[in-house]
Write a protein that binds this ligand. Structure first.
Ligand code: FAD
Length: 515
């Protein structure tokens, strides 16, 4: 194996995405995994719209969508083992309409997803080095030296500029850095099962908030099965060996299903933790290595992918001398805040939903269905829920990279999608590079400045959907390679653009780099 400037430890969704973000920008990396091959557990089931938007930048979002199952409706049921009823059905399509090119929840099992990414990486000439375990590393001012133990018994020393711990919840990178991983473990035991049901394959999502039993059902296209995730009844949770037959009588009435075949059954405990830091010197934590959450909100894997996208372009810029190394300082503050807020929101809501006693029951039976039915009655409420669940709401208002405001769009916001009635403003994001957007008429000086700075300028007609998206006519939006707004400006835009570029020693395009 040839040395590479970045050593990525772990080939789960985070490591694979980081490798993709680097190789697509022509930065070499070495990707190792202690596993013997791709993961075979279909843990994360939901790929959120924001993740699909990132995949849209790579040009393969539609391919992913075709391989998964588009779930347009979620059915919320209430009741216990003696019977249940549907209390609410939620249309994702209505909730996300006009907000994203992907207004739905995509059910796509993690193992299929990982194999897909491995193939995409292979297309870029990057292979995962399986059976290679990081055992230790040390760094000095200029490099990192890592010790890798191969499954053949060979011990290898590797030197790189950076090491990225994408090595999951028990991260060796995090432990080697002696970072704390504060948080807790839910006392409830979870089960996961892949089953066939008598009424045939269902594309929708089902959620039951029954008494002390939270149960979810997703479609799995590749196996034609349904995935069940839920809480093991507390009276059974201390049994040594538990199988689906032990819980069949409780589960079937909750979702009004008859299970005809069980392909896989496992139990697991759920944690919520965030590492003290996401970066120490030349070492970075990405994904579950830095934060773990309850699986109920479908956020964990998607957050790790967001980390990888964020770090990927910054690391590529620094290694290609396109920006000051201080650009890497923005990774931790941009990403750790969201990981912490997830613990305080999704995980707290999850605690309420799975909680025992009167309070838990009240949350499941009264608060949650009522809240959903009231909020989803109004389009603002529906949009707010979709933005939150889909991770479109993630933004970086306090980052030094986020500056200005124009219309309702602030520096640090995700570029709003405005492709409903005009030219798709996400299309240029496929360059994976910096760009300026103007909606409406362009100022001549700005055109000149963009040319001098080698910054591609994209203009769009100012339409109802651009207005609806909060974009201001004629304003400058400087868009980062990951689709977030760096600078939003309506006045003196040319000066602000030049100052921004100077502040981070940015070169906006690879072609602008002098040899
Ligand atoms: C049942 C269940 C359901 C879930 N559902 C969802 C969901 O619907 N949506 C969602 O977003 N998230 C969900 N999650 C969470 C999701 O599975 C994780 O967030 C995701 O796997 C994290 O990806 P990762 O790449 O950061 O880490 P991992 O997937 O854990 O990958 C870590 C990698 O590091 C490798 N590794 C570890 N140590 C070393 C070492 N020392 N040297 C070399 N390699 C090493 C491992 O072999 C592996 O390749 C769920 C989790 C569970 C358990």
């Amino acid at each position: 194996m040839s040395p590479a400037p970045v050593l990525i430890v772990g080939a789960g969704p985070s490591g694979l995405n980081l490798a993709l973000a680097l190789t697509r920008r022509k930065v070499q990396c070495r990707l190792i995994s202690e596993a013997e091959g791709p993961g075979e557990e279909s843990r994360a089931m939901v790929v959120q719209a924001r993740t699909l938007e990132f995949y849209g930048q790579y040009g393969f979002a539609r391919e992913v969508v075709e391989q998964g199952v588009v779930s347009e409706t979620a059915h919320v049921r209430e009741g216990g083992s003696s019977g249940s009823r549907e209390v609410l059905s939620i249309s994702f399509k209505e909730m996300g309409a006009g907000l994203s090119p992907y207004p739905f929840a995509l059910a796509y099992p993690q193992d299929d997803h990982e194999r897909f990414l491995i193939k995409k990486l292979r297309d870029e000439g990057c292979e995962v080095n399986w059976g290679a375990k990081l055992t230790a590393f040390a760094e000095d001012e200029t490099s990192v030296r890592a010790t890798i133990e191969h499954n053949t018994g060979q011990i290898e020393q590797v030197e790189s500029a950076y090491i990225c711990g994408c090595d999951g919840a028990r991260s060796c990178v995090r432990e080697s850095l002696h970072l704390g991983f504060p948080g807790g473990t839910y006392e409830q035991l979870f089960y996961v099962a892949d089953v066939k049901i008598a009424r045939g394959f269902s594309r929708d999502l089902y959620i039951n908030l029954g008494k002390r039993i939270l149960t979810l059902m997703f479609p799995v296209r590749s196996s034609g099965m349904q995935r069940l995730i839920g809480l093991v009844p507390s009276e059974l949770s201390h049994r040594d060996k538990l199988g689906f037959e032990d819980i069949r009588a409780q589960v079937e009435p909750l979702l009004d299903i008859k299970v005809t075949e069980v392909n896989w059954f496992a139990t697991y405990r759920v944690h919520h933790r965030v590492a003290d830091k996401f970066r120490v010197g030349r070492a970075f934590l990405v994904g579950d290595a830095g934060h773990i959450h309850s699986p109920a909100g479908g956020q964990g894997m998607n957050t790790g992918i967001g980390d990888a996208v964020n770090l990927g372009w910054k690391m590529a810029h620094v290694l290609q001398n396109r920006a000051d190394t201080s650009l890497l300082d923005t990774y931790e503050p941009e990403r750790i805040g969201f990981a912490r807020s997830l613990v305080a929101t999704t995980d707290r809501a999850f605690t309420g939903l799975v909680g025992e006693g009167v309070a838990g029951e009240f949350t499941r039976k009264i608060v949650a269905p009522l809240l959903f039915s009231v909020v989803t009655r109004f389009s603002l409420g529906r949009h707010a829920i979709f933005r939150t669940i889909s991770q479109m709401r993630i933004h970086y208002p306090d980052s030094p990279l986020s500056q200005g405001v124009a219309g309702e769009v602030h520096g640090g916001d995700r570029l709003p999608w405005a492709g409903v009635d005009a030219k798709d403003n996400f299309e240029p994001l496929r360059s994976l590079d910096w760009q300026a957007h103007v909606y409406g008429e362009v100022d001549k000086d700005l055109e000149v400045a963009c040319g001098e700075l080698h910054l591609p300028l994209h203009t769009f007609p100012f339409t109802d959907s651009t207005k609806e998206a909060g974009l201001k006519r004629g304003a400058l939006y400087l868009v980062r390679p990951d689709g977030y707004i760096a600078l939003a400006s309506f006045e003196r835009s040319t000066n602000k653009l030049r100052t921004f570029a100077e502040q981070f020693h940015l070169r906006f395009q690879v072609s602008s780099i002098s040899a």
